[in-house]
Design a protein around this ligand. Structure first.
Ligand SMILES: [Zn+2]
Ligand SMILES: [Zn+2]
Ligand SMILES: [Zn+2]
Length: 749
């Protein structure tokens, strides 16, 4: 470099990604001022546009620092540089957006946990926001849950009714301030307020009360986690018998007293998304037995709103923090509705006057094989976009499945998967599905021309699709959607072929039977079913889902046994019910055929005496996994030449070993190992026969960490490339994105 003053250059930078509403312009403003550069920055339809002018080395430094030093909520995907001619501008300014700025990739970011700066102010008696439960700034606070329309400006958020005081307004207007254009900016003088003094709530919780608490995405029900009587009361009032409750803690140290955390789990727990992280429970965790019966894990999250933080700091002990609903209804988020619905459940209601625009449940993650596995993708992640491997030719809506449902809208290469809607089988959830679809269409300025749906004619999501007028419809097979979702999430070419081992509870098959243990060969556009679990009867149809003992009866009957009630089910099933169900299984009367691995797990759990009836989806399988010990050995699950997985020998072995007093944990472990070995065998053979080297493991059954690990390790050892969903759930929450990927791939072809 010469010693002379470097020549003046001007460069235009086009930044795309999540760069609006996250403090990106003031950040550029500060950086440009620091480097004494001239020019401007503005938001446009594609993201942020910057023009900088000054000495070449200073411009180069700005470009080099732009990405690494970006604000915490920004996701910079691309920075395009265009050289321009210098215009001798003086000073650097933030300019207004061009009038017709149109739709952007990320018009609003996900909600984000209180940042370190705001926490410090919250705890500083000298700060004007000391203990203010709604403190936030450009780097943190509510976003998606308060937005009603676009562009993302205060009048189109639920903060519209609060007029900023002079102090707040001054911060909002100052580009050097951390609260420059922070739409939810507020303070005790001008902003939202709690309905009760916090001390009253703290006292009630300490006294064993159940409190309904308005949070970021909806109401929670809270009580002391160590207080068995309080937790048991909550369980009884919520009509939730066994499903584990999540816990909220005020600090990482408090979390570490409950669960053991590896570095990745710690990182997830402390991330601005603040999901619930499922982790191994410590033996000495001070938690009431009713919090999470029959499992070795606890779901823990860190306080993510200032209100939560104040509460947890004051109480100094973990709280149960479960969705504010009764049984399977959607989480309550509207104040009047919450008052009605939670009246009988909570002893006290703590609310506030900042409305919630969209109900958003807590997200749930876990770590498996050193990687993130998403169980529920909602608050903190939505409405972040996902990339489709090929752009969709027309804007589309994918309606998802039925349980744990989500929908997805897509335009070009971008897909936006909705918040978790819940189980779509009642009026309330269908209503929130409809409202959600309308909201997303408006947010992303999108009119679907194609509506994609599951093939199941009775799913409310399929019926909803059929009601949409003036659109083209496309039905996508359920397990193909699982396969495509995983391939697309990993950015694979739409024509890249893989073997898919797709194991779940229920999915409508092409032959109109209930699929759920499928070996597929396919890409994102097409698939072929090349193998499956041996089909057996589901005696009584849906009743067999709620009563795993029926599947035990059916599998024993298929294996030529089970004339009498097994010992482990005595006291659970009457002799005459057993023989009736056995007759159904054998005649096929009122008993659809199924290849579901979920139902196979049910059968084994029932044979082990773990669970004859379930209280929530997947319960029998979850408890069977939790029961496993470290015993070696496995039960033989045969794979036939036609790639049929036949576990009848294993079923007989389970029944025999249980009857001869082998510990349940050993039987459970051997069954897992046997099924995993068969899965590895069937996938390896299928891959060889078809010249494919990639295997997708997906479907809700793969939430089972033990099965997932055994299968993935075995396939790895066989030299195959294993793909597992990470950003989206392997369960049906990922179906809508898979449907969108199938549609895009078909149009592309
Ligand atoms: Zn902040
Ligand atoms: Zn104020
Ligand atoms: Zn499924």
């Amino acid at each position: 470099m010469s010693a002379a003053a470097p020549a003046v250059v001007r460069t235009r930078l086009v930044v795309t990604g999540t760069v609006q509403g996250v403090g990106f312009r003031p950040y550029v403003y500060r950086l440009a001022h620091e480097l004494a550069l001239d020019g401007w920055v503005l938001n446009d339809a594609h993201g942020v546009v910057i023009e900088v002018e000054g000495p070449g080395d200073a411009v180069a430094e700005l470009i080099a620092r732009l990405r690494p030093e970006a604000p915490p909520l920004a996701i910079v995907e691309q920075v395009r540089e265009v050289p321009c001619s210098p215009v001798s501008e003086h000073g650097f300014e933030i300019r207004a957006s061009p009038a017709s700025s149109g739709a952007v990739d990320a018009p609003v970011s996900p909600d984000s946990a209180t940042c370190a700066d705001c926490l410090a102010e919250l705890r500083d008696p000298g700060n004007r926001r000391y203990r203010y439960p709604f403190i936030n700034c450009t780097n943190c606070g509510p976003r998606f849950t308060i937005v009603r329309g676009i562009p993302y400006d205060r009048p189109r958020t639920t903060m519209a009714g609060f007029k900023m005081c002079a102090d707040c307004q001054a911060e909002y207007d100052d580009p050097r301030d951390r609260r420059f254009h922070a739409q939810p900016n507020a303070c005790q003088v001008c902003g939202p307020a709690l309905s009760l003094p916090l001390e009253q709530v703290v006292d009630a919780l300490r006294g064993g009360a159940v409190v309904a608490l308005k949070g970021i995405g909806g109401y929670h029900l809270a009580c002391l986690a160590a207080d068995e009587q309080a937790v048991a009361t909550l369980r009884a009032r919520k009509h939730r018998e066994d499903k584990p409750f999540a816990l909220m803690v005020g600090s990482l140290a408090m979390a570490q007293a409950l669960v053991t955390l590896d570095p990745l789990e710690t990182e997830l727990l402390c991330s601005p998304q603040r999901p619930i992280v499922l982790a191994a429970r410590r033996a000495d965790a001070d938690v009431a037995p009713s919090v999470a019966p029959h499992t070795g894990e606890l779901g823990v999250m860190l306080a993510y709103s200032p209100l939560h933080q104040l509460l947890l700091d004051d109480i100094g002990a973990p709280l149960v923090m479960t969705s504010g609903n009764v049984s399977d209804e959607p989480i309550a988020f509207a104040d009047l509705d919450a008052r009605d619905r939670l009246a009988g459940t909570a002893d006290l209601l703590l609310t506030h006057d900042r409305p919630i625009a969209t109900q958003t449940d807590d997200s749930v993650l876990r770590v498996a094989r050193g990687r993130v596995l998403t169980l529920r993708r909602s608050r903190g992640y939505v409405p972040g976009s996902l990339s489709l491997p090929v752009p969709t030719e027309v804007p589309l809506l994918a309606c998802g499945a039925e349980l744990k449902s989500t929908f997805c809208v897509a335009k070009g290469q971008r897909a936006w998967v909705s918040h978790h809607i819940g189980d779509l089988h009642n009026y309330e959830t269908l209503d929130s599905f409809r409202t959600g679809v309308e909201h997303f269409q408006q947010l992303f300025e999108l009119r679907p021309e194609l509506v994609v749906h599951d093939l199941h004619p009775e799913y409310l999501s399929s019926k909803y699709a059929a009601e949409r007028v003036g659109v083209e419809l496309l039905g996508v097979q359920h397990h193909h959607a699982h396969l495509a979702a995983c391939l697309a999430e990993h950015g694979l070419d739409p024509g890249a072929q893989a073997i898919g081992a797709i194991f779940d509870g229920t999915g409508y098959g092409l032959d109109q039977t209930v699929w759920g243990g499928e070996i597929l060969l396919g890409d994102q556009a097409e698939f072929e079913r090349i193998g499956h679990l041996l089909p057996v009867a589901m005696p009584g149809g849906e009743a067999a889902v709620r009563e795993p003992w029926r599947m035990a009866c059916s599998w024993l009957s298929a294996a030529g046994a089970g004339e009498a009630v097994p010992d482990t089910l005595h006291g659970e099933v009457e002799e005459h019910s057993w023989s009736q169900v056995r007759k159904l299984a054998q005649t096929g009367l009122a008993s659809p055929l199924t290849t579901s691995i979920g139902r196979l797990f049910d059968a084994v759990a029932a044979l082990c005496g773990i669970r004859a009836r379930i209280n929530y989806e997947g319960q029998a399988a979850i408890e069977l996994e939790a029961a496993c010990d470290r015993a070696p050995g496995s039960y033989r699950v045969r794979v036939t030449d036609s790639l049929e997985i036949d576990p009848r020998e294993a079923i007989l072995a389970v029944a025999t070993e249980i009857a001869t007093g082998v510990p349940v944990g050993t039987v459970a472990a051997r069954f897992h190992t046997g099924l995993a070995e068969a899965t590895v065998t069937v996938c390896t053979r299928a891959a060889e026969a078809n010249g494919v080297d990639m295997v997708v493991l997906s479907g809700g059954v793969f939430l089972n960490q033990r099965l997932l690990t055994l299968c993935a390790d075995g396939l790895d050892a066989a030299g195959l490339k294993v793909l597992i969903p990470s950003l989206l759930p392997p369960g049906d929450g990922g179906i809508s994105f898979g449907q969108a990927a199938v549609a895009a791939a078909r149009m592309h072809r």
